[in-house]
Design a protein around this ligand. Sequence first.
Ligand code: VGL
Ligand code: ZN
Length: 205
Amino acid sequence: MRALLLVDLQLDFMPGGALAVRDGDTTVAVANALMPRFAHVACTQDWHPADHGSFASQHPGRKPGEVVDLHGLQQVLWPDHCVQDTAGARFHPDLRLPADAIVFAKGQDRTVDSYSGFFDNGRRNATGLGDALRARGVRDLAVLGLATDYCVLFTALDAVDLGFAVTLVVAGCRAVDLAPGDGDRAIERMRTAGVRIATELGELA
Ligand code: VGL
Ligand code: ZN
């Protein structure tokens, strides 16, 4: 059984959003085109409390893009984004999710960020996504979304660790690229870890 996993297709990561990823909205059409081909659709949703420790606003004198120690883990600081129950945390309105799509929120613990849809960055807690996919008999996962160099990267790496056969849908991903080339390096990291890199949608047939 295979599933399509949509990572953080939320307004704050799209043009006009708080943590806008360049061309982030182009991923929505790719997701819409692919969803009907999959028996199961799962989504992650970045879902932070307003005082989340990854927000630069919570660190006086610090700016987005700087790196701090957050309770023992290196943390890139971000603008406030995907705050629970705000408009920016919603999925893009053009996204045509099936009624039985499963949604897993992440990043609710203010003390630790959660790039992966499976575990927080300290790997202390699981979101439940891995068990939910297994319960549906899913063994193959196609992954797309935002952003290539953060949440897509760590979601795909954890999926490989959990034993799923993982394909990255490159056309459905866009990178933050805090440093030029971060997105391309993330793709190489995924490839090295055993992720199949699909550059043509036909490869997902
Ligand atoms: C993300 C930075 C902070 C992502 C989420 O979805 O890639 N990046 N929170
Ligand atoms: Zn976040």
